[in-house]
Ligand binder design. Sequence first.
Ligand SMILES: [Zn+2]
Ligand SMILES: [Zn+2]
Length: 171
Amino acid sequence: MVLRSDTSFIVGVRSLLQKKVDEIPVELTGTRSDIEIPFSRIIESESITVRGILNLAASGVMFNGNIKSSWVGTCRRCLEMAKGIINVQAREIYIENPDPESEYPLSGDQVDLGLAVHDLLLLELPLAPVCTDSCKGLCPTCGANLNETSCNCMEPKDLRWSALDILRDEI
Ligand SMILES: [Zn+2]
Ligand SMILES: [Zn+2]
């Protein structure tokens, strides 16, 4: 799969590779529209923030920092909008011949932190988002949103049980 990448996360690291500097501080913002799973996605119109430091690693360049972004999705209980913030630590290696399972490519004297942004945010997106932890969801019988209204579906329909209720109240 070819990843479409926003150029705003590309960083030149020539000064680091030539050992003219010890580290390169990183503070970038950009957007991506390709980070999505079935019930949640990274908001394509809001900025993703990448902060950290690039250092020389044994065989390439190491990024140490964090990635912060907003997500939006569909509440799995009530089907209304759910949203939240992801703030994930990143510790990623960029080298010339990367192991695609665990490393990223060092292309000439550039690293594309957008590749790590994509992968790390994708992993952090909630599989089963909820609008609030206390969301009451929908009534399984009539479909009413129980956060906004109540319904009578859960009331005992058989009057014979009412006698038991009275009895229970008296105990
Ligand atoms: Zn909900
Ligand atoms: Zn109901």
